[in-house]
Design a binder for this molecule. Sequence first.
Ligand code: ADP
Ligand code: MG
Length: 595
Amino acid sequence: MPIRVLDPQVAAKIAAGEVVERPASVVKELVENAIDAGATMISVELQDGGYEMIRVVDNGCGIASSEMALAFQHHATSKINSLEDLQAVRTLGFRGEALYSIAAVAQVKLVSRTAGDLVGAYLEIADGRVLGSGARGSPLGTTVSVRHLFYNVPARRKFLKSAEVEGGRVVILMNQFALAYPEIQFHLISNGRQVFQSTGSGSLSDVLVKVLGLDMAREMIPLDPRVGQETGTLVLSHGAAGPDAFGRRIVVSGCVSQPHVTRANRQYLSFFVNRRWVQSPMLARAVEQAYHTLLPVGRHPIAVLDVAVPPDEVDVNVHPAKAEVKLLREGEVFVAVQRSVRSALTAHATIPAFSGATEQPARLSGAMPMGRLFRVPDVAATPVAGTASEAYRAAEPAEGTMGSRLPPLRILGQMAQTYIVAEAPDGMYLIDQHTAHERVLYDRLMSEHARAAVKSQLLLEPLTIELTPRQQAMLQPRLEAFMQMGFDVSPFGERTYVIRSIPVVLQGGDVIQAVLEAIDLLADEKGAPGNWQEALYITIACHGAVRAGQALSLEEMRLLVTQLEQTEMPRTCPHGRPTLLHISQAQLEREFGRR
Ligand code: ADP
Ligand code: MG
């Protein structure tokens, strides 16, 4: 094909692809515009997850009728003037691309009125062409309605998920806006039903109650914005004068969860830089480092955190959807975040009533003179994969023997109501009753799943569970899959669900906690649908398994060990932690000086 310059309409659609990927990206751009316009109330309405219609109403400064058509032109913006302005952006938008891009791939109607105008005006545009315009009565502010998104881009439509999944993304997005702007009142209405709202009271804790629910919001510890960088400098009141009031300061504010409140993944980490929602593995690392040794392996905290830096120290123009930023003093920001989270934790955390994995090994090795023999891995510090301690490695059979199978074990007793003590021809074994049982239950679930026959049990008394808007958005489209996994969960009023049956394996476990964790795992579903189900079975196994601190009879221990022997991988739990430690006959003899 010869080289040609593309037709402007084709070019517009290609450019739009960068900005507008899905309904949630339209909502993001429109809400950002409303915030930039100084709105104190922003309402978002969706039909069919936004495919059919997205409407954003704000009470901001409005657009003058004479500028309406201009707003839709490429690179038309009122927010920056020059290249210098780009170096210190103070608004969420600055590229003048959003309205242009949205109008290239949808039918858009704009109605707006500024304070200076008595009547408002409207403009209708589709495929980049103005279809109509004129005077129109309107309250102060702007309403943008977007219909039939991607109606003219079939290639894009193909890649979109169901309306529920897309609607769920919008819930998450609105949660983030509300967290970053507690002084703005947000509403989200989906198919005529209010699914999220914030009060606009200006208090972050009020928003947290709406986003996380009252119980979880209570477990959040506020960060002290004075901790961070140069703590000696005078601090002016936050917010009033903007980041410049702090000079070159880095100010970290927000809140983090008590160490005993943990989540199965990182989706409860919300980061903002100058109140712009960003994805940042760097900030996630900084927060998690502050929790070092406080959280069990594979568990993550909840955090809502804003980093305020001078605007000229952030490059906001590095990502098509503005979801990432570049920080000039990244290292210092890291330290500031890590320090301020750590200091909040030491000041307020009710440390740690939790009898997590970090505590027990320490007690074990401290109490026993044989600490040197049972080299217990520092589970909190090591990644899940490859946490095999030396002792555990020693327990691995020599090459040529029967793979991961266990030797015949004779149960001697239980220690600390946590470990089963056993002997075998090659020495002594300590079996962790919880991880061992987890392995047993997990294997059972996986084999039942493979036969599409996960055993379910009716609860005598159904349980009810109250979900946050985002949890609801995750769960609702997957009730069917939950059913196949042994959970009968159904809607029961606004945000309440009733659980009528559970996988048999979960009997006696904390059902509510398991379901909540399972829902969190859903957000990790990326591509292959098998992954989250497996992760969910791990969660169920964990909650169904016998806990540490539970006395077991000899009979129960025998049964557990027999079941463990029959599993595929008896030496680790599904999280990768060891189920048993081995001390060989030879090691014992050496330690006692017999050899
Ligand atoms: P950008 O936000 O990057 O400037 P947009 O295409 O999103 O580009 O918007 C173009 C211009 O239209 C903005 O600069 C602003 O002046 C105006 N505008 C858009 N939405 C609103 C709104 N809700 N209220 C007031 N003005 C708006
Ligand atoms: Mg914009």
